[in-house]
Write a protein that binds this ligand. Structure first.
Ligand SMILES: Cc1cc2nc3c(=O)[nH]c(=O)nc-3n(C[C@H](O)[C@H](O)[C@H](O)COP(=O)(O)O)c2cc1C
Length: 179
C-alpha cells in the first residue's frame, strides 16, 4: 500500500495479464464501501456492481458472441478470475443522465485505484458488445441500467522487467479561462 491517495494515483497502472488469485467477496465489499464515498449529486447512488467469477465468465462469453452474431463463446472474459461489471442505474428526476453516468464511472475509477493500491492487477475493458441486448440480459439489467464495462481483476504476475508508467504533464491539461 502507498502512503497517500496522490501517491497511489501516480503509481497506478493497468495490468492486462493477471494470475488466478483474486480478492474475496468480503475484501471487495470493503473496497466498494470506500469507493462509494465519491461525490454524488443528490446522493442518488446511481450505480451497482456485479461480481462475475468461475462459470459466470463463460455465460458472459456466450452473451458476447451472441451480440456479435458468432457461434459458441468468447474466451475474453476468462482473462481474469474476477470481473466486476459496472452498472449505471439512471434515476428519473432533476439530475441529468450524464451526471449519473459520471458517478458510476467515478466508482469504477476509485475501486480500480483501491484494488491497485492493495496490490491487485486491474484492467477496465469494454467492447462493441458492452451495450448489446444479449449482454444486458446476461447481467439481468433493468431498463434504466447501462453497462460501463468490466474491471478485470486478478493477481499480479512476476514481471521480467519493471513496467513503464506513462506520465502525464498536468500543465498541458490545465489552462485559464479564455477572455
Ligand atoms: C471506460 C474504459 C474502457 C476501456 N476499455 C478498454 C478496452 O476494451 N480495451 C483496452 O485495451 N483498453 C481499454 N481501456 C483502457 C485500459 O483500461 C487502460 O487504461 C489502458 O490500457 C492504459 O493503461 P494504464 O491505465 O496503465 O495507463 C478502457 C478504459 C476505460 C476507462
Amino acid at each position: 500500500m502507498t502512503g497517500t491517495a496522490v501517491e497511489a494515483m501516480r503509481v497506478r497502472r493497468s495490468w492486462s495479464k493477471v494470475t488466478d488469485e483474486a480478492p474475496t467477496h468480503e475484501q471487495l465489499v470493503d473496497l466498494v464501501s470506500a469507493a462509494g464515498r465519491l461525490a454524488d449529486h443528490s446522493s442518488l447512488r446511481p450505480w451497482r456492481l456485479i461480481e462475475l467469477r468461475g462459470r459466470d465468465r463463460e455465460r458472459l462469453g456466450r452473451a458476447i458472441h451472441k451480440a456479435e452474431h458468432k457461434p459458441g463463446r468468447s474466451t475474453k472474459p476468462l482473462r481474469a478470475p474476477l470481473l466486476i461489471a459496472v452498472v449505471a442505474r439512471i434515476r428519473k428526476g432533476k439530475v441529468p443522465d450524464w451526471e449519473q453516468e459520471a458517478v458510476a464511472s467515478g466508482v469504477a475509477h476509485l475501486l480500480s485505484l483501491a484494488l491497485d493500491d492493495e496490490g491487485w492487477g486491474v484492467f477496465w475493458r469494454t467492447g462493441d458488445h458492452t451495450r448489446s441486448k444479449a449482454v444486458a440480459k446476461a447481467h439481468g439489467l433493468e431498463k434504466n441500467e447501462r453497462l460501463l464495462g468490466w474491471l478485470y481483476v486478478g493477481g499480479r504476475p512476476e514481471q521480467r522487467r519493471p513496467s513503464r508508467i506513462k506520465t502525464v504533464d498536468g500543465a498541458t491539461f490545465l489552462s485559464p479561462m479564455p477572455r
